[in-house]
Design a protein around this ligand. Structure first.
Ligand code: HEM
Length: 479
């Protein structure tokens, strides 16, 4: 093609120039890449590598097929010149992320999140070092299993408010679950109401969700790190500026509200007010506390909402599991009160249901026979107590080694009480998918960075007139 022909397809157009330039950078990266031996995986194309092999749905099935085909629990791909390693067996994960955690607990550059969207203050993105250690230490001080009882009253209050909202608008299950998670974590972290922050958090959530489904943009920024500086005019760069603004608001606004509540004389035992009492105003440490608060908040909302959605979805598909759990609740708790944390030891079935919902993405047939069935009894002995010999999904779903989820105990306890209370007073009806697709017991889940049930509707009806009265009475009392 001659230069005139190039000009006629618009080579002076900045967008075309940009793509030409990117192709040259990519080709140079391909030629200069280091050839170190990598684990097996599908053979890619020159320059673009395995970009066309990347699955856009049911990732775990595709990876499981590759593991069988290459007879390896560790796979490798090359995407736009960068190697990508897939750990696809419990052994591979244990060998690398647990035993060699010191070596494998750093993060990739993730420039979209760190440099462009300004998330580098969040523990999730921090590289191991003094700041990482200090933030994990604070998590340990405030979210260790041993001090979870400090948060039980908050969990009881927000769970009973959820039950009450379900009575008023039973069709809005998803909204109520989200509101419950946000209100609980906002209350525990800042001592303020989730309603005050509703818009800030809705914008934040949208920004993260949109960025998470833009993997190509993420890769592009990883191999062209100077892009945000030289190409602000590119259409997608505008989007990232909006995301950045929303993330900044979620980082700073609730913290500022908590501070001004303290200044007005509010006494609160929430995490941030407690910590603020011990630091000087506007100090560097105050900014660190602001970042800690926003990290706690960011980690503790969608995650528990998705787990509860998965759990309710599964229970709606398996009414016999509901019946068994309700029999146990009726026997242990009766009908005159809602379950509370004192019932935990006597209701192993509820713990087993939470474990089975956490197992939703673990399909290793050797560990979990019939992995596609929702079968909480796999976590119980024949006498109904928790079985210590079954692999515990809690040791998988929350990550590994130095990066293991620091909010694990909080997540498990808050989901436990929600599950016990929902089952004690509500009957979960048959689910219907919003897109009209048929339902099988395997369920249908979204693909991507996080996986959760595809949008569905199901009804939660009070189990009896007595259950209805109990919900109303407890919400008034516990609030
Ligand atoms: C069902 C609920 C939850 C699940 C399944 C979950 C799962 C995970 C997983 C898999 C990781 C990644 C570990 C890694 O990078 O290897 C993680 C990290 C993290 N989680 Fe959770 N989580 C949940 C709830 C929470 C809650 C309630 C909080 C806060 C109170 C939280 C805060 C965090 C933070 C801050 C990180 C980053 C840790 C780091 O990079 O060092 N999570 N979580």
């Amino acid at each position: 093609m001659d230069l005139h022909a190039l000009a006629s397809i618009g080579v002076r157009d900045p967008l075309v120039l940009f793509f030409l330039f990117s192709a040259i950078v990519l080709a140079l990266r391909f030629l200069r890449r280091r050839r170190v031996p990598l684990p097996p995986g599908p053979k890619g194309l020159p320059v673009v590598g395995n970009i066309l092999d990347l699955p856009n749905k049911d990732e775990y099935r595709v990876y499981a097929d590759w593991s069988r085909r290459y007879d390896s629990g560790i796979l490798s791909l090359e995407v736009l010149g960068s190697p990508m390693i897939i750990l696809n067996s419990a052994k591979a994960i244990n060998d690398l992320l647990e035993k060699k955690s010191a070596q494998f607990s750093n993060r990739p550059p993730l420039r979209l999140f760190n440099d462009v969207m300004g998330c580098s203050w969040n523990l999730l993105f921090i590289q191991p070092g003094p700041r990482f250690k200090e933030m994990r230490r604070l998590f340990n001080d405030f979210f260790h299993t041993k001090i979870m009882s400090n948060y039980h009253n908050h969990m009881l209050k927000h769970s009973s408010e959820f039950l009450c909202r379900m009575l008023e608008r039973p069709e809005d299950l998803h909204e109520h679950l989200k509101k419950q998670s946000i209100s609980l974590i906002t209350d525990v972290t800042y001592g303020i109401s989730g309603d005050e922050m509703a818009t800030v958090y809705a914008n934040y959530e949208r920004a993260i969700a949109q960025a998470a489904v833009s993997p190509i943009l993420g890769l592009l920024l990883d191999w062209l790190p100077f892009l945000p500086k030289i190409a602000t005019w590119l259409p997608f760069m505008h989007k990232t500026l909006v995301w950045k603004r929303h993330i900044h608001a979620a980082r700073t606004t609730p913290f500022a509200h908590a501070k001004s509540a303290i200044a007005r004389g509010k006494v609160s035992s929430a995490v941030i007010p407690q910590l603020l009492r011990s630091v000087e105003e506007n100090s560097k440490h105050e900014e660190f506390l602001q970042d800690f608060g926003a990290t706690v908040h960011g980690g503790g909302t969608d995650t528990t909402t998705f787990l509860l959605e998965t759990l309710i979805y599964a229970l709606s598909l398996y009414p016999e599991v509901q019946c068994k759990a309700q029999e146990d609740i009726d026997r242990v708790v009766g009908h005159l009160r809602l379950p509370d944390f004192s019932d935990r030891k006597s209701l192993p079935i509820i713990s087993a249901i939470v474990k089975e919902a956490l197992r939703a993405l673990c399909h290793d047939e050797n560990e979990f026979p019939d992995p596609h069935l929702f079968n909480p009894t796999r976590h119980l002995t024949s006498s109904g107590s928790l079985n210590p010999d079954t692999k515990d999904p809690e040791s998988i779903a929350f990550g590994f080694g130095r990066r293991v989820c620091p909010g694990k105990a909080f997540a498990i306890e808050s989901v436990w009480i929600m599950t016990a209370r929902i089952l004690s007073v509500y009957e979960i009806g048959e689910p219907v998918h919003l897109d009209g697709s048929s339902l099988t017991r395997e369920g249908q889940f979204t693909s991507g960075l996080t996986s959760y049930p595809k949008p569905f509707k199901c009804t939660l009806k009070p189990r009896s007139p007595g259950a209805y009265d109990l919900i109303r009475a407890t919400a008034t009392f516990e609030s």
